[in-house]
Write a protein that binds this ligand. Structure first.
Ligand code: FES
Length: 163
């Protein structure tokens, strides 16, 4: 099998989000090896009983789209209303693939913290863990969570605020 053409990979990376089949692994692959070190792509897998199958998406590293924006761009229907952290419709459960990966700062806005607290989906200890120790909370609002370098699986029920 031929190695992927680096120029093609770069062109794809610079265009838009890439939807790839579920059977293509995001673990070390030719794609990963062809990428410059320290320039990792976020990999998001969306899963829900409301979908026929999971959708896995590579997003360009350094992009600043929210999980909700990535979902919309790829036809994944996470429920939403306000897109501003107010309604809680876009609640998601986030699972990180790499438990031993270097920690990254967790950004939770006051609005997101307040809404998650109101929904009973985050505790004061989880907020402290996120802000002091960079431990990601389990629940997030898809409209507030900006994708970075993580490989994550995003669970949602398909009902507003249902994760
Ligand atoms: S869409 Fe309302 S909180 Fe995300």
């Amino acid at each position: 099998m031929r190695a992927p053409n680096r120029a093609v990979l770069r062109a794809e990376r610079c265009s838009t989000f890439l939807k790839i089949p579920k059977n293509i692994s995001a673990e070390p692959s030719m794609l990963d090896m062809a990428w410059p070190k320290g320039d990792r792509m976020p990999v998001l897998t969306f899963t829900s009983p409301s979908m026929h199958k999971d959708v896995r998406v590579y997003a360009p590293a350094g992009d600043t789209h929210t999980v909700l924006a990535v979902a919309e761009k790829n036809g994944v229907k996470i429920p939403y209303d306000c897109k501003d952290g107010d309604c809680g419709s876009c609640l998601i459960l986030v699972e990180f693939a790499e438990a031993n990966k270097a920690k990254m700062a967790i950004t939770l806005s006051e609005k997101e913290k307040a809404k998650l607290r109101e929904l009973g989906k985050i505790t004061a200890q989880e907020i402290k863990d996120a802000e002091v120790d960079d431990l990601a909370p389990h629940y997030r609002l898809a409209c507030q969570f900006i994708v970075r370098e993580e490989e994550i699986t995003i669970h949602f029920t398909g009902s507003p605020g249902g994760s």
